[in-house]
Design a protein around this ligand. Sequence first.
Ligand SMILES: [Zn+2]
Length: 110
Amino acid sequence: MEETPYDQIDELFAKIRLLLLKVRQIDPTTAEDMRSLLAQLEDYVESQFIEYLKLENQESKKMQAYCMKCRAKSEMKNAKSMTMKNGRPATQGICSVCGTRMFRMGKSKK
Ligand SMILES: [Zn+2]
């Protein structure tokens, strides 16, 4: 399984929690304060990570189009809806592989 940034952050939190156990033996009051701060931080990171996942989902919804240069279907970057001269919707963007402009009939799924 691929490691997400959140896994790395989670690992750091686990390390801090371990250190916190040591601090608690020396200074229980400070350890308690740190623990509540850590909990707030974890909540914050988690909410940020949910936002990040949402963004990533949007990315994966990016549309595919046929690239004339690659001679294959590839992901369309910077997809923009446009209207053709005949009034029908189309989507224009850039091939994520070679950077060539690509074009596709139909609206972008945004
Ligand atoms: Zn291409």
